[in-house]
Design a protein around this ligand. Structure first.
Ligand code: FES
Length: 164
C-alpha cells in the first residue's frame, strides 16, 4: 500500500452515481474520494460540485470542517511521529526535531520534491514500543536518532530510477 491512484474522472462519476446525486451523500463521496486518491484533488471537487449541483464553496466549507480531509497531494512517503504521552516522555520531540531539520518542513507539510510528508499523530496504540514512528504502513518502535537518520538516508537515496 502507500501509492494512491491517479485522478480518473470516470471513476469519480461512477462513484458519485453509486452514492446518489444528493447533497446528503456529500461526506461519503468525499470520503471515498480521499480513500482512492489520498486527498481531494481539485478536479474531484469540481466534478462533485457539478454532479450534485452545488457550488465548490459549499464543498470546501464542508471538507474544511472535517479536518481529516486533505486538499494537497501527500508525499510518496508519509512519516508519522507519535506525540502521545508514552512517546513524549521517551523524548519523541527530539525525533520530531530531527525530522524537521532534515526535511526542512513542519508537520502537515510535504517536501517540495513531493517525496515525503511529515505528520504528527496522537497515540498509535503501541506505547510499549515508545517512541514510535510509522513510515508508510510500517511501525518502527524504540526509535533512536541514529535509527531514524538511517531510515531517512534510505528513503532519500531511493528516489532513483526504480520509483520514477
Ligand atoms: S503514545 Fe505513542 S504509541 Fe502510544
Amino acid at each position: 500500500m502507500g501509492m494512491k491512484t491517479e485522478y480518473n474522472d470516470e471513476w469519480m462519476q461512477r462513484m458519485i452515481e453509486g452514492h446518489g446525486h444528493d447533497i446528503k451523500n456529500l461526506i461519503p463521496i468525499l470520503q471515498a474520494t480521499q480513500e482512492e486518491y489520498g486527498y481531494l484533488p481539485s478536479a474531484a471537487i469540481s466534478t462533485t460540485a457539478e454532479e450534485l449541483q452545488i457550488s465548490e464553496d459549499v464543498i470546501f466549507g464542508v471538507a474544511t470542517f472535517y479536518t481529516h480531509f486533505k486538499f494537497t497531494k501527500p508525499g510518496r512517503h508519509i512519516i508519522r511521529t507519535c506525540m502521545g504521552t508514552a512517546c513524549f516522555v521517551k523524548e519523541a520531540d527530539n525525533l520530531l526535531e530531527l525530522l524537521r531539520d532534515r526535511l526542512g518542513i513542519e508537520p502537515g507539510q510535504t517536501t517540495s520534491d513531493g517525496m515525503i510528508s511529515l505528520e504528527r499523530v496522537a497515540c498509535l496504540g503501541c506505547c510499549a514500543l515508545a517512541p514510535t514512528i510509522v513510515i508508510d504502513d510500517e511501525v518502527y518502535g524504540k526509535m533512536t536518532s541514529n535509527m531514524l537518520t538511517k531510515l531517512l538516508d534510505e528513503i532519500i537515496d531511493e528516489k532513483g530510477p526504480k520509483e520514477q
